[in-house]
Ligand binder design. Structure first.
Ligand code: COA
Length: 519
């Protein structure tokens, strides 16, 4: 195909080693921020927590998962840069790890962050974890230590469809699907939060530490005048000997986590989808080279094929339609031995690229091959010529195929994610099983300069728009609001993808049914 003018101009700007030095500083800053958001609450709260003989949320998870299992923590940057940064990781840790060899979704309140209470992002994280568990048939383990709703935020977290009540609605639905749920009550579990253990299949409670009640002692006193201690109202002895709300009494955190591991080992095994998994072969090039192929300057075109070659098993990439619709890379490969179909942006989406993408998605569905979207997209091509050729119609085909695709899909933003390109490349609204960001990546309706230009053209005010877009489009801004499932170092991405694609093998096979493709 003849090269588009824009492409020729872009070719000169393909990233090279020059960006590496730059990118190292992006990575250093990323790891510094990870350390900040994963270090729990203020020192005073951590100290108080430890004095009570309790382990921190991430220490609990470390003991719960198998020694050699990775724990893939999701959305560590939730609430980052909001609420004066008083809610690191939104006061809850969620992620997937192996417990006695079984992939489990783990949800752990961090009581050192405002008593483990729930703000909007805490709820979104909890609910997202349940959605992932539902989709991938993962047993859920809730390590509960929470004062329920963070009261000053009640209007943001209580009444709406996806607010606090959705957590228990999801528990009921997970249960109805036969997905096991276990609660380990390691601290407070109050008001609505009491339903977390009450709605689980099995509940473990730590003696003299865990409490479950609909109304705590101060509320009981205010409501009825009755004076009662927390332990007598809803402690471990009460619930394992009198009420029957909990099933197993543990002496301390370590004991409770051991009981939980034992319970998981007794769960019925579910068979994963049977596919042909080959032995994993390391890529031909070291993962660190990925830093050479990305740039903080999103105007530079990046070579998504080079990125692909550093993510997939050595020499397994088989390009599809290499000579057609070249702004979109499509092809089959294996990641850690698992067959995947890859769709990556080399540049904006043209009509040919959109048709090629839709064709490739149909192929992957026909062959039951999961999809990996590598997003670096400024949008669809614009201009009179392209509108006359019907770019909107071809774009619609791709969007139709992405929306109705039934194989697992993971989206990784390796650069920019802008405009309708975000939709066509399986953005959040298209229900990818996981949506992952690289630290420098950006997501917005368009770039700040373009938005400013548009507003100037139509006579609107554009005061500070470039800065606003700059700030609101960062990966951190996105992750803080749960628009994605987390930010990851490019170097760790291959292992991460292998792990997550393996998780999606728990999904039952579904057939795709497409709507009307406008021809
Ligand atoms: N809403 C808002 N803030 C809350 C809160 C809530 N529900 N529960 C706790 N906090 C805050 C406290 O004000 C304190 O904030 P600070 O660090 O800025 O001073 C912080 O969380 C820690 O609380 P504290 O009581 O000091 O810690 P604790 O470990 O001794 O006790 C709880 C934790 C959760 C057991 C206790 O705070 C509690 O019972 N909270 C009320 C629970 C409740 O009734 N919830 C109903 C809401 S549905």
């Amino acid at each position: 195909m003849e090269k588009l003018k824009h492409e020729e101009a872009d070719d000169a700007a393909v990233t090279d080693n020059v960006s590496q030095v730059d990118y190292r500083s992006v990575i250093t800053e990323f790891h510094r921020r990870v350390a900040t958001v994963t270090s729990h609450g203020p020192a005073k709260a951590v100290e108080k927590h430890r004095e009570r003989g309790k382990l921190l949320a991430r220490e609990r998870i470390d003991l719960l998962v198998d020694r050699r299992s990775p724990f893939v923590e999701l959305s560590s940057f939730a609430a980052y840069g909001q609420y004066d940064d008083a809610f690191p990781s939104a006061g809850i840790v969620t992620g997937i790890g192996l417990v006695n060899g079984r992939e489990c979704m783990i949800v752990a309140n961090d009581a050192t962050v405002k008593g483990g209470t729930y703000i909007r992002e805490t709820i979104r994280k909890h609910i997202r974890a349940q959605e992932i568990a539902m989709q991938n048939q993962l047993p859920c383990i809730y390590l509960v230590d929470s004062g329920g709703i963070f009261l000053p935020e009640q209007a943001q977290v209580f009444p709406d469809r996806f607010d606090f009540g959705r957590v228990f609605f999801n528990q009921a639905r997970l249960s109805a699907e036969g997905i096991p749920q276990i609660a380990v009550v390691m601290g407070s579990c109050t008001a609505g939060g009491a339903y977390v253990p009450a709605m689980c299949d099995e509940t473990i409670i730590v003696r003299n530490q865990g409490t479950i009640f609909i109304g705590g002692p101060p509320l009981v006193k205010a409501a009825t005048g009755e004076e009662v201690s927390a332990e007598d109202l809803g402690g471990g002895d009460v619930h394992t000997k009198i009420s029957g709300v909990a099933d197993h009494l543990a002496d301390d955190d370590v004991h409770a986590l051991r009981i939980c591991r034992d319970l998981v080992s007794g769960l019925p095994r579910v068979k994963k989808r049977e596919i042909d998994i080959a032995a994993a072969v390391e890529p031909e090039f070291p993962a660190e080279e990925l830093y050479n192929y990305v740039s903080t300057d999103l105007k530079k075109r990046i070579d998504v094929k080079a990125i692909t070659e550093r993510l997939v098993d050595g020499e397994t990439f088989q390009e599809f339609k290499a000579e057609y619709g070249k702004t979109l890379l499509t092809g089959f490969a294996r990641i850690k031995g698992i067959p995947v179909g890859i769709i990556g942006n080399q540049s904006f989406l043209t009509a040919e690229a959109a048709r090629k993408g839709a064709h490739f998605i149909q192929l992957c569905n026909q062959r039951q091959v999961p999809l990996l979207f590598l997003q670096n997209i400024s949008g669809f091509i614009v201009g009179k010529k392209y509108e006359h050729e019907g770019i909107a119609r071809d774009g619609a085909k791709l969007i139709n195929a992405v929306a109705n695709s039934a194989v697992p899909k993971i989206t990784l933003v390796v650069g920019g994610s802008f405009g309708a390109g975000n939709y066509a490349m399986a953005g959040r609204a298209y229900d990818p099983d996981f949506l992952l960001m690289w630290p420098h990546s950006r997501i917005a309706v368009m770039g700040g300069e373009q938005a400013s230009g548009v507003l100037q053209t139509i006579g609107g005010k554009e005061n500070g728009l470039i800065e606003q877009f700059e700030q609101e489009s960062t990966a951190y801004y996105s992750s803080s609001r749960l628009w994605d499932d987390g930010i990851f170092d490019p170097v760790d991405t291959r292992d991460l993808l292998g792990f997550l694609f393996r998780v999606t093998l728990n999904q039952p096979v579904k057939d795709a049914r497409y709507g009307v493709f406008r021809m």
